[in-house]
Design a protein. Structure first.
Length: 377
């Protein structure tokens, strides 16, 4: 039974009843046969959800989205390397700093808040340097901007540069075709569109990126090292127990359930991840219609607006007190995040299981509309 307010922020998000039932259990051993089976299935299903090639390596470790970002950076970058960061906001700033902390050089192609750098600018930056990897945030949670991941992955490939996408606010909600697009790392965390509580860092890594790790002069910190984790993932996929560092067993069991729900999704004539992409699209369309009906504007360029969240400007004369007026109506939304303008907008998450719950979506639309009307009166 669900209690309390609807959680409509860009993560953590509402999760399904089956997911709650799966993690709400006494902690199982990491070598218990049902955990081994769940882990193995989850790793296989990640490749399906990521639309990844068969030889790509899925990793699931205890941690947050930031840990997943750190793991990607630590295994690909070292002193003397250069990286190109396609910067669309808060989380692009974060990954740029991580790369610099590894002693690597960062060249950034930045956009104004709410915009994305043009592909021409990215191309000339790639033409003008020797880069190890291109990093981009698929959906920047601070602005609601979605980049053209397909085109960025193609540009990186043309330049023989690895491509790494932070999908923390996108994976399983926004179209991403790891194999067809030739991307090298697509990472996320459990509490966003995958539909679990916080606590797991998830990524799928190409063989090219795995090979890059093998070339590093010095290994990355052990707890992030692909080389330490890959045999563990391999063992679970083969149905064998293995230990390097204790997995978050309750969450692994829930991950198996969440990914299976995702693969079993049907919507119109679509199934699986295609159905999820379509659901997020139609949910976002419906949300945006509501915002425009009540005279609200997005922070980002409409053509770049993500399907997983809306970053919405406060209307004239309205401030962050709108958030508590929305909460009084039973829905929790989030404040702004981008350092240059966080007092000017708020964010509504619409990803994961709620895209299957019209009642939750309508309640959110109603709560925001009513709170805005009241604030204006
Ligand atoms: C939420 C988010 C992160 C950070 O995830 P944490 O689990 O909070 O560390 C990173 N990148 C993006 C795009 C996000 O939305």
């Amino acid at each position: 039974m669900r209690m309390g307010k609807l959680l409509m922020i860009p993560g953590p998000v509402e999760v399904s009843e089956a997911v709650i039932a799966a993690f709400a259990a006494p902690p199982p051993s990491h070598v218990a046969p049902p955990v081994i089976a769940a882990f193995g299935r989850a790793l296989d299903n990640m490749r399906r959800v990521w639309l990844a090639p068969k030889d790509a390596v899925p990793f699931v470790i205890a941690g947050s989205g930031t840990i997943a970002m750190e793991m990607a950076v630590a295994n690909l970058m070292q002193e003397g390397d250069a990286a190109l960061v396609v910067n669309t906001g808060y989380f692009s700033d974060r990954i740029a700093e991580m790369i610099e902390r590894r002693g690597a050089r960062v060249v950034q192609v930045k956009a104004d808040v709410g915009d994305a750098p043009s592909l021409d600018r990215v191309k000339s930056a790639l033409d003008g340097g020797e880069f190890r990897a291109l990093f981009a945030t698929h959906v920047d949670t601070s602005t609601g901007v979605r980049v053209d991941a397909r085109a960025l992955a193609a540009l990186a490939q043309e330049h023989a540069v690895l491509s790494v996408f932070d999908g923390v606010c996108a994976t399983a909600g926004e179209r991403f075709e790891m194999q067809a697009w030739g991307a090298d790392v697509y990472l996320t965390a459990s509490q966003k569109a995958i539909g679990l509580p916080p606590g797991l860092a998830l990524m799928v890594v190409s063989q090219r990126a795995i090979a890059r790790r093998a070339e590093l002069k010095a290994p990355p910190p052990m707890s992030f090292d692909f080389t330490c984790w890959q045999p563990i993932m391999q063992a679970y996929q083969e149905g064998r127990p293995s230990y390097f560092s204790t997995p978050a067993t309750n969450l692994i069991v829930a991950l198996d359930v969440a990914l299976q729900e995702l693969i079993d999704t049907r919507h119109d004539d679509k199934s699986g991840i295609e159905a999820r992409f379509a659901l997020h699209q139609s949910c976002a369309d419906s949300m945006r219609r509501t915002w425009s009906e009540v005279g609200l504007e997005l922070l980002c360029k409409p053509a770049l607006a993500a399907n997983t969240l809306s970053a919405i400007r406060y209307p004239e004369g309205v401030d962050a007190s709108l958030l508590s007026a929305i909460a009084e109506r039973g829905v929790i939304v989030a404040g702004g995040l981008h350092p240059t303008c966080k007092a000017e907008y708020f964010r509504v998450g619409h990803m994961g299981d709620v895209t299957l719950r019209p009642d939750a979506l309508e309640k959110t639309q109603q709560a925001v509309s009513d709170a805005v009307a009241q604030a204006r009166s």
